[in-house]
Ligand binder design. Structure first.
Ligand code: ADP
Ligand SMILES: Cc1ncc(COP(=O)(O)OP(=O)(O)O)c(N)n1
Length: 266
């Protein structure tokens, strides 16, 4: 039996809501074969990030080589890469192995405020990784950091930001609107260099949104692994994240995770 294969290159969230764990759960739910390269271990739970432990470059390189030299993949998602050194290694390996269908989730700051990308790594992210992307999925604060701007407050400003990020090299930009204030619609905008596409859903009133960004990008990655178009993949991911937030889990003492198996029970 043949199956779509998807790889996540990201940090581990031992609490299971974000990072590698969210990605693998999503891959499984979307019926693709999931693989992982762990860049960083985090000690994390619903209350926040309590420790960040980067893996050695040798360990990350060995994981990448093990997968690319044997199994291969139909798509790749990058998440928490943390340092310039890790970004440059990942970019080099993706180029050397001619990997296509790269989804970059430019993870920078956790919901609780913990930094997940070192400040000095921003240039490497923009110069070396972004141009490899088939799609990049920033949230609003991440889009502001990438562009060096203070704020994005309207859908018009989201459109302008998506177009400016696309100029940095990724083929497609999905600018996520979860952080757009004063809006009862959660709108994400896809810009493919020519057209804008809008993906809208009712904003759900919940604090339990830990891992939404990882889960959304992982769902896009899974759909691309099955050979779907960018538009189809984003539409599926939007439906997936909506259901996952609608039934998000009130576990732990803080911001609970989304429910990755929500669609299975519908
Ligand atoms: N309260 C919410 N209700 C419905 N969808 C949401 C909500 N918050 C975020 N989303 C959706 O979840 C996905 C992740 O969005 P966002 O919160 O912007 O990113 P991140 O988790 O990276 O901060 C997007 O598709 C966004 O529209
Ligand atoms: C290990 C790890 N990677 C990424 C994140 C950020 O995940 P995100 O989906 O943006 O969710 P929040 O942290 O914002 O809830 C993370 N926390 N940990």
């Amino acid at each position: 039996m043949s199956v779509g294969k998807a790889l996540t290159i990201a940090g581990s969230d031992c609490g299971g809501g974000a990072g590698i764990q969210a990605d693998l759960k999503t891959f499984q739910e979307r019926d693709v074969y999931g693989m992982s390269v762990i860049t960083v271990l985090t000690a994390q739970n619903t209350l926040g990030v309590h420790g960040v432990y980067p893996q050695t470059i040798e360990a990350i390189e060995a994981q990448l080589d093990a997968i690319f030299q044997d199994i291969g993949t139909d798509s790749v998602k990058t998440g928490m890469l943390f340092s310039e050194e890790i970004i440059n290694l990942v970019a080099k390996k993706l180029k050397d192995y001619e990997i296509k269908n790269i989804v970059i989730d430019p993870v920078m700051i956790a919901k609780g405020g913990a930094p997940l990308l070192q400040k000095q790594a921003m240039t490497a992210l923009k110069m070396n990784l972004l141009p490899l992307a088939r799609v990049i999925t920033p949230n609003i604060p991440e889009a502001c950091e990438i562009l060096g701007i203070d704020k994005i407050e309207t859908v018009e400003e989201m459109k302008e930001a998506a177009a400016n990020i696309q100029l940095l090299g990724p083929k497609n930009v999905v600018l996520k609107g979860g952080h757009l204030e004063g809006n009862n619609i959660a709108v994400d905008i896809l810009f493919d260099g020519n057209e804008y596409y809008y993906f809208e859903s009712k904003r759900i009133d919940t604090i339990h949104t830990h891992g939404t960004g990882c889960t959304f990008a992982a769902a896009i990655t899974a759909e691309l692994a099955k050979g779907n178009s960018i538009n189809e993949s984003v539409a599926c991911a939007k439906q997936f994240i909506q259901a996952a937030i609608e039934t998000s889990l009130n576990i732990g003492k803080g911001i609970g995770p989304t429910n990755h198996s929500a669609l299975r029970h519908k």
